[in-house]
Design a protein around this ligand. Sequence first.
Ligand code: ADP
Ligand code: MG
Length: 230
Amino acid sequence: MIEIKGITKKYGEQYALNNINFTIREGEIVGLLGPNGAGKSTLMKILTCFIPPTSGDALILGHSILDDTLEIRRSIGYLPEHNPLYTEMYIREFLRFIAGIYNIPNAKQRVEEIIHITGLEPEANKKIAMLSKGYRQRVGLAQALIHEPKILILDEPTTGLDPNQIEEVRNLIRKVGKDRIVLLSTHIMQEVEAMCSRAIIIHHGNIVADESLDGIKPGQLTEQFHKLTL
Ligand code: ADP
Ligand code: MG
């Protein structure tokens, strides 16, 4: 479970997040939907302990982001917004390096497993610099999954991909999202409809809608989202 309790983040005088509260339970794939500047990345960086909140707290599987950083990093797989990768490394070399950071036993075997799961085999002998954006996202997902985290936090996982790559990465997220908690951000409504069981709309650092997608007529949420971003 992820329990977000009154998280506020100020940059100078600006509120990037203004008293955010929500809970995500096991089995949910939640889409955090909002236009640029809404506060999506800021919230994800706070949940993954990369930056502290100004006030408030969050419990990740019972551990506070304010004092259990190491435990939380172990239970979360995180794909940051611009998916920074060591482009001069070969895929296997990079993934073994990440496996080393997590002290994964049988790292060599786990790297081969994750290459298989994320469909990296055809490109597995290449340097990251040589890969298409779609394959780089797969490497980012492999990096996020290698330690078998219970929670996946994916910041705009399909932004900048072409339509085929988008479909492939969405399928991969659906596949690896089973039996996990997934929180993904996007500024595209269709992304949420395609992948998520619940949509949380964030605007100027405030939550303005939080709806289960079961039972919602296609388009209804889109209309709501459109009104906000006009
Ligand atoms: P999103 O990911 O939804 O596009 P962000 O969380 O990146 O939104 O940004 C939310 C707001 O906080 C924006 O107005 C952005 O300019 C501001 N912001 C983000 N990071 C910083 C920072 N390091 N310093 C100052 N302002 C920031
Ligand atoms: Mg962002």
